[in-house]
Design a protein around this ligand. Structure first.
Ligand code: KG4
Ligand code: ZN
Length: 353
């Protein structure tokens, strides 16, 4: 069964074709990231306009790379939330229209759940992908970490899961983005911080780790503020000095040290949750998913502390893509989840797992 996935929840317009949930035939992505870089974050109106311009060409590209025509597509899977309203609307309306015109079953999926399904892609003949050898097994522990979400979820099976914990304030990716902005490093912050951190000493700056009532919850807001205070102190400035001017007072070495110290504590916070959940629930597999799962230092540290083997997927499939949406769509079809009505399916920007 071949599923066409469509993803437009944030600044990536993406389409992909996946066979039987595991075989990646194509993954086309057009990002409007460059247009947002000047603003230090995604501008919803710019993102939506860009989706409108590129979503159809991106779908054509996905079909072309997969070497398939519409007759070879068995279903369409589309992200219906969470995400930016205007952006979701473009992808969803496109998917609904195509489902009607091409007479295909339609599945509306949760973007956060879809991130986990990137780990179910195990085969491809496309060049430049490094995929896991095996599909994850249940019970499956998933650490979902992106620009909008930080969650630890235990899947008993497909579509049967418990959210063990989540962030009580900022998502971890958001913290990476904000600390990068403070240090004057380019957007998106995650890759900038990890690059700067390579030359830094992670022990230079003492930063706190939050302790919460639910041991599986996360908090990154306090860490972000602690980085701001430490930076002010390093620059000899008080809290009323404009944070936007701090980066110009820092040397590259100081920036690297701050980035490395922040990254260390953020990673330790994530790993602490995973380790506790592994001890309590003994999952058969562990996966990491979402943009922050691209972080190489996190990958290295996790391998060191986990008692069992962990496989990572390609970085291109950690950040937003439509292959994960197509894979989840396949499992929805296979597990007889309800099809969406292409005449009434609506976006849900605040959709939760
Ligand atoms: O999953 P994603 O592409 O979009 C959302 O659903 O949010 O995640 C984007 C987030 C951004 O905050 C970005 O800074 C972060 O993932 N990110 C990283 C890395 N690459 C992307 N964070 C840490 N290290 C990275 N290498
Ligand atoms: Zn995402």
């Amino acid at each position: 069964m071949r599923v066409l996935g469509i993803e437009t929840s944030c600044d990536e317009s993406a389409a992909a074709v996946v066979e039987d949930g595991y075989k990646l035939l194509s993954s086309a992505i057009s990002s409007s990231m460059d247009l947002h870089a000047a603003y230090g974050g995604v501008v919803p109106e710019i993102a939506a306009r860009s989706h409108l311009e590129v979503v159809l060409p991106v779908i054509d590209e996905a079909l072309k790379i997969a070497k398939v025509g519409w007759q070879d597509i068995d279903a369409i899977s589309v992200t219906r939330g969470p995400g930016l309203g205007g952006s979701l609307l473009i992808g969803l309306t496109t998917a609904r229209t195509l489902a009607i015109v091409k007479n295909k079953p339609l599945y509306g999926v949760n973007h956060v759940t879809a991130h986990v399904y990137a780990n179910f892609l195990t085969k491809t003949s496309l060049p430049g992908y490094k995929l896991p050898k095996n599909q994850p097994k249940f019970p499956l522990l998933a650490l979902i970490i992106s620009g909008g979400h930080s969650q630890l979820v235990l899947f008993a099976h497909h579509f049967k899961y418990t959210v063990l914990g989540q962030t009580v304030d900022d998502a971890v990716g958001e913290a990476f983005d904000k600390v990068a902005k403070l240090l004057g490093l380019p957007y998106p912050g995650g890759p900038s911080i990890s690059k700067a951190a390579i030359n830094g000493n992670p022990e230079t700056i003492k930063l706190p780790k939050a302790r919460l009532d639910n041991r599986y919850d996360f908090s990154f807001s306090g860490l972000k503020t602690a980085v701001l205070r430490a930076t002010q102190e390093l620059c000899g400035k008080t809290y009323d000095f404009p944070s936007t001017q701090l980066s110009s007072l820092l040397t590259n070495q100081q920036k690297a040290d701050i980035a490395a110290s922040f990254q260390r504590v953020a990673i330790e916070t994530l790993i602490r949750g995973v380790k506790q959940a592994v001890e309590e629930y003994s999952p058969a597999s562990i996966v990491i998913a979402g943009g922050v799962a691209a972080n190489q230092e996190l990958r290295r540290q996790l391998v060191k502390v986990l008692p069992q083997q962990i496989e990572y997927t390609d970085i291109k499939l950690c950040t937003d893509n439509a292959a994960m949406v197509a894979s989840l769509g396949y499992f929805m079809a296979k597990k007889n989840r309800p099809q969406a009505d292409p005449y009434t399916l609506e976006i849900d920007p605040g959709l939760r797992m």
